[in-house]
Design a protein around this ligand. Structure first.
Ligand SMILES: [Zn+2]
Length: 265
């Protein structure tokens, strides 16, 4: 497995037919956000129709410390239970952060993928006959396996900023403004955080945990740890066409039936 090339974020414009507008890539370093100690209000022109209220709460450090403790305390005796626990904590963090940055709980979904070639990916869906503007954020299984808590927080906030800015923005000034407003670590305020891939000890740890997973449950062991309904491949085919999950009984489940989707194992 090579780590010499990497992309930390892929940013497909699902169901958006708008061409990529170069004009939004202009630099805007003097970022200002109206704020007080407890919350900030991001200007509406930064947000798209699915980007929430713009009302952003300050990070509650005591809550983050609890998340970090839960992240670090997961039992490593079983690789399946270890990854399953990491997903449980990740979902709690996602729900907390989604609310904190003003995104609608019915419109924003967390899933996972099994790739090393990118860490996070956000799909953005314009309003259509299926519903209002909404989206999905997928985080790599390898970010979940990472013992560095800041990796998951960094990639999550990077993708949440995409969720707030929408399909007409890539990594331009609006996105940077959203990153600053939600307190995304500077290391992740970039198109690709290459540091993610150049940590030999972490790479060895990934290999070790992949091996443990295989020994415990074969090639499908990850589905014993992570909900199949939230697997990116289940929802999008190789050409990024949206599909609908179908369980063993042939029952079709829309991924935005979040409760059911999170429970599909
Ligand atoms: Zn990105």
């Amino acid at each position: 497995m090579s780590f010499s090339f990497c992309v930390s974020c892929r940013f497909p414009f699902a169901q958006s037919r708008t061409p990529n507008p170069q004009t939004t890539f202009r630099s805007h370093r003097d970022v200002k956000v109206r704020s007080n100690t407890n919350h900030r209000l991001l200007e509406r022109d930064v947000l798209w129709s699915g980007g929430g209220s713009g009302a952003i709460k300050a990070i509650d450090e005591s809550i983050m410390l609890r998340f970090q403790s839960d992240w670090s305390a997961t039992d490593a005796s079983s690789a399946v239970s270890f990854l399953s626990n990491r997903w449980r904590v990740a979902l709690e963090i996602f729900r907390y952060e989604r609310a904190r940055v003003g995104l609608d709980e019915d419109r924003w979904f967390l899933g996972w993928h099994e790739k090393k070639s990118y860490v996070g990916k956000t799909y953005l869906n314009e309003e259509d006959e299926m519903g209002p503007a909404r989206g999905e954020i997928y985080v790599s299984k390898y970010a979940l396996l990472d013992d560095d808590f800041s990796t998951f927080i960094g990639v999550l906030r990077h993708e949440l900023a995409h969720a707030m800015c929408g399909p007409l923005e890539d990594h331009g000034w609006k996105w940077q403004k959203a990153c600053k407003a939600i307190e995304c670590d500077e290391e992740w305020v970039c198109e690709a955080n290459r540091k993610f891939y150049v940590r030999p000890k972490t790479s060895l740890m990934w290999t070790k945990r992949d091996g443990q997973l295989f020994l415990e449950g074969g090639k499908d062991a990850m589905f014993r740890a992570l909900p199949r309904g939230c697997w990116e491949r289940t929802i999008y085919d190789s050409e990024s066409n949206r599909t609908v999950y179908e369980n063993a009984d042939g029952l079709k489940i829309d991924p935005f039936a979040l409760k059911e989707t999170y429970e599909i194992l």
